[in-house]
Design a protein around this ligand. Structure first.
Ligand code: 5GP
Length: 199
């Protein structure tokens, strides 16, 4: 069996990560997605179990205490975390999985897991990012400013990642992420040398 891979995808809020991921999963439906747990309120249009499991702060703290999370972070006053079990299952099954997390979560996973490839999504410019956050209209002006501040910190960490994708044209950005995943499948680390030629 060929080995699976954990793809870490990060990028500032408003970089278009979710839209890119939607396109990637259409093209590569066999890739698994890690559903995060979050203590922030649901936004209009979001659904439980789609991208997030929405939990209370107390439930989240319980998961931390039970060591049920691979990583977690507090972002703009709310907890976000990656449940451990689905990731362990994906690695066991030799499947590809994408975890969409922030830069701090990415650091935590890299420190614990060897088998990762990381991709950072950049907006075409900081001005475009601010425009996208304002136009989203789901946050108050001071939350938008907080997200902008976090975004600048996140962008300064882009060089920690293996690949950088600039989301200028959506279709190109989707193509880029698909090509990274497909090329990685041919990497020597993923080749099953032990069973080669044993048919
Ligand atoms: P949003 O509230 O806009 O959905 O997400 C805010 C930020 O949290 C984004 O940068 C997103 O990538 C990050 N995030 C989402 N899920 C997780 C997670 O499980 N762990 C960590 N560390 N960050 C997450």
């Amino acid at each position: 069996m060929s080995k699976g891979r954990l793809f870490i995808l990060s990028g500032p809020s408003g970089s278009g990560k979710d839209t890119i991921l939607g396109g990637v999963f259409q093209r590569l439906p066999e890739v698994r997605f890690s559903i995060s747990c979050v203590s922030r309120p649901m936004r209009p249009g979001e659904q439980e179990g789609d991208k997030y499991h929405f939990v209370s702060r107390e439930e989240f703290e319980q998961m931390i205490a039970e060591d049920g999370l691979l990583e977690h972070n507090c972002y703009v006053g709310n907890y976000y975390g990656t449940p451990k079990k689905p990731v362990e299952e994906a690695i066991r099954d030799g499947a590809d999985m994408i975890v969409e997390i922030d830069v701090n979560g990415a650091d935590q996973i890299r420190a614990k897991t060897e088998n990762t490839v990381s991709i950072f999504i950049l907006p075409p410019s900081v001005a475009v990012l601010r425009e996208r956050l304002i136009n989203r209209g789901s946050e108050s002006p001071d939350k938008v400013e907080q997200r902008m501040k976090e975004a600048l910190v996140e962008i300064s960490r882009a060089s920690d990642y293996d690949y950088i994708v600039v989301n200028d044209r959506l279709e190109d950005a989707i193509d880029d992420v698909v090509r990274i995943i497909e090329a990685d499948r041919l990497s020597k680390e993923r080749f099953d040398f032990a069973n080669y030629g044993n048919d």
